[in-house]
Write a protein that binds this ligand. Structure first.
Ligand SMILES: *Cc1c(COP(=O)(O)O)cnc(C)c1O
Length: 499
């Protein structure tokens, strides 16, 4: 199997020929006043259909996407986005809704949101769910505000200023806690899991919350989760569950049962809605009894057979986003849940754990695997042996791109030297897993010189990230000024005579 990408050798859009000047009457829609019409025809580039098709097809091939090859990004589950969800989300009844439409005109859409909330409530084991946050980090931040409001109501806010996090925490966790006004404190891991003794020593009457992912970002299920929850609760603190990636536990267990008080979920990871490149997200919040009254308004309520927005929640932290959720993503996530059903979701969990253990075992023969070998949905490798060759994990990641697979997550979590974090979700078949192992092994076995200079087969080689940030090239004019685009005919303009 090969995952090779198309190369980019063809003329770029800015080299296209402008059309000959046209004169005469410019057709316009009826009703557009004479003085507002163009004097000259717009100078659209002249192209054949085939040229246009090739241009856009090649552009699409310059990018990695889940539709062309595996995307083994640990901690950021990249799974197949079923096309049936795309079709449904594009229907006019879904795509042309306006967030400010009167409730009476969007009852069907509200029912979709309501059903998703109920389904996610069952999946998380929490009674109340809000689809409002725009992304995982936004959900975390909102939850931290809810925790603040909770302690303010109890008169403990002055004292409870500290949020604890394990050293495996995703970077957004400490950022969200800090933005919400807490100080953060790191709890060290032991063998990849929370060191319970260190946690016991750290909790106090200053503890507001402990933020945890389980299974954690090392792919390990915290065996002492019950003791962890009791330790934090006994000190008067709350437990926050980072559920960005729920793959390993879908339908098997849930944060409610583990003793957590609030969670966020990423529909754009676990529930197969598209993401990447800072695209749309959905960072759902789910809360237990203690924190549910603080969820953002509006809340979606059902009365009889009617759905409506409710704003009258005096303890709510308020509104956190202009529109409620991201309807297209919410619809796609509900479709994913309904297509699978309860048994199907359990299968997702079992299959993702199986995939990760299969690939983990095989790649463990090539590079060292830290911690215990039995993992959940993802696993870690250490690229430290590459250092003997004067190479780094970064070189291996870049060389993998030449094989047509996306690189795994690298250098996170930082407790493993030269770490690689790999996740191949349930949507990848045995054939794709074997293809990935073979690609990984070829990359690792390549010459030092090739690894150091990779990638070789892509549109863009090794990027100088500092220079790219300092000297932004944002248009064809910048490129032409640097002589990177041959001086040819003027690029297409809007007809105003100005480029
Ligand atoms: C992706 C991720 C987040 C943040 O989610 P965003 O939607 O990117 O803001 C938080 N925690 C974990 C473990 C994640 O993988």
């Amino acid at each position: 199997m090969t995952f090779r990408q198309a190369r980019w050798d063809e003329p770029l859009l800015w080299e296209l020929r402008p059309p000959p000047e046209e004169t005469g009457a410019v057709p316009a829609l009826p009703g557009i006043p004479e003085r507002m019409r163009r004097r000259r025809a717009a100078r659209w580039p002249e192209l054949t259909e085939l040229e246009v098709v090739r241009h856009y097809t090649r552009l699409s091939q310059m990018n990695f996407g889940i539709d062309t090859s595996p995307y083994p990004l640990g901690s950021c589950t990249m799974k197949y986005n079923p096309k049936v969800s795309e079709q449904l989300a594009r229907r006019p009844g879904a795509a042309q809704l306006h967030p400010a439409q009167p409730e009476s005109t969007v009852q069907g859409a509200l029912e979709i949101l309501w059903r998703l909330e109920r389904a996610l409530g069952r999946i998380t084991g929490f009674p109340e769910v809000s689809l409002q946050p725009a992304a995982g980090a936004h959900g975390e931040y909102a939850a931290m505000l809810m925790i603040r409001a909770y302690f303010r109501d109890r008169g403990e806010l002055e004292r409870r200023t500290e949020v604890l996090l394990p050293d495996t925490a995703h970077g957004t966790n400490p950022a969200s806690a800090t933005m919400a006004g807490f100080t953060t404190r790191e709890i060290p891991s032991k063998d990849g899991c929370v060191d319970l003794a260190a946690l016991r020593a750290a909790v106090s009457d200053r503890t507001a919350a402990f933020m945890l992912t389980n299974p954690n970002t090392a792919g390990l299920f915290e065996p002492e989760i019950v003791e962890i929850a009791a330790t934090v609760h006994d000190a008067g603190g709350l437990l926050y569950y980072d559920g960005a990636n729920l793959n390993a536990i879908l339908g098997i267990t849930h944060p409610g049962r583990m003793g957590f008080d609030v969670a966020h979920l990423n529909l754009h990871k676990t529930f197969a809605t598209p993401h990447g490149g800072g695209g749309p997200g959905a960072g759902v919040l789910a809360a237990g009894e203690r924190l549910a009254p603080y969820l953002p308004v509006p809340r979606l309520v059902k009365e009889g057979r009617t759905f409506r927005w409710e704003y009258d929640r005096p303890r709510s932290i308020g509104k956190i986003k202009a529109a409620y959720g991201s309807f297209g993503l919410d619809l796609r996530a509900l479709v994913f849940i309904l297509l699978h059903g309860e048994e199907g979701l359990k299968h997702v969990a079992r299959r993702s754990v199986l995939n990760s253990n299969y690939v983990g075992k095989r790649l463990g023969e090539l590079l060292p695997r830290p911690f215990r070998p039995l993992v959940k949905h993802e696993f870690l490798l250490s690229g430290a042996p590459l250092k003997a060759r004067g190479l780094r994990t970064l070189d291996l990641a870049k060389r993998l791109l030449d094989e047509g697979v996306h690189a795994p997550t690298i250098y996170f979590p930082s407790l493993v030297e030269e770490s690689l974090m790999i996740e191949l979700p349930e949507s990848e078949s045995r054939r794709e897993l074997d293809g990935f192992v073979a690609a990984f092994s070829r990359a690792l076995g390549d010459s030092d010189a090739n690894l150091r200079s990779a990638p070789h087969a892509l549109a863009v080689g090794r990027v100088d990230e500092v220079a790219a940030a300092r000297h932004l090239l944002l248009s064809w004019k910048d490129l032409r000024a640097r002589g990177e685009v041959p001086a040819g005919p003027a690029p297409p303009s809007d007809g105003s005579g100005k480029a």
